[in-house]
Design a protein around this ligand. Structure first.
Ligand code: DQA
Length: 147
């Protein structure tokens, strides 16, 4: 993979219920809404010199479709699969199929929450997993592609 001082095309995927940020359990996920997250990611990407496409879906199959369509187009994926983290073999298989380096992000620290959140299928393929840093986690994920 080409990294470093080079503009990369990165696909950023957010899974179910992340469009409800700001309303949804603000004690866990913060008070800022989803459009603030999108603006944060766009500005971090611009600063770091990457081109990003932002995608959000509440539907597992749509997430599989966007991952498949990334093949040959994107050089990196940043994904917060949300609840599908803990259930989706289909998303894991799609990421394995395309072979695009993927960084997994979670706003909250899933390791210190309920037992069912402590297993991630996506971690099995992710080159890095970043948890518990809120919005900052997405910036760190984009930074990975510069290291
Ligand atoms: C999440 C953690 C998941 O367990 C949860 O289902 C989410 C959000 C996070 O960003 O902390 O929807 O991925």
């Amino acid at each position: 993979m080409k990294k470093g001082n080079y503009e990369m095309k990165i696909l950023v995927i957010n899974g179910p219920n992340l469009n409800m940020l700001g309303i949804r359990e603000p004690d866990i996920y913060g008070k800022q809404d989803f459009s603030s997250l999108q603006a944060y990611i766009r500005s971090a990407a611009e600063e770091l010199g990457h081109t990003v496409t932002l995608f959000q879906s509440n539907h597992e199959g749509e997430i599989v479709d966007i991952i498949q369509s990334a093949y040959g187009v994107y050089e990196g994926i940043v994904i917060n699969p949300a609840a599908y983290t803990h259930t989706s073999v289909a998303i894991l298989d799609a990421l394995k199929a395309v072979g695009i380096p993927t960084v997994e992000v979670h706003l909250s620290d899933i390791q210190s929450r309920e037992a069912f959140r402590q297993h991630s299928y996506v971690s099995m393929v992710a080159v890095k997993t970043i948890c518990g840093l809120g919005f900052e986690g997405y910036r760190r994920a984009l930074e990975y592609f510069q290291e």
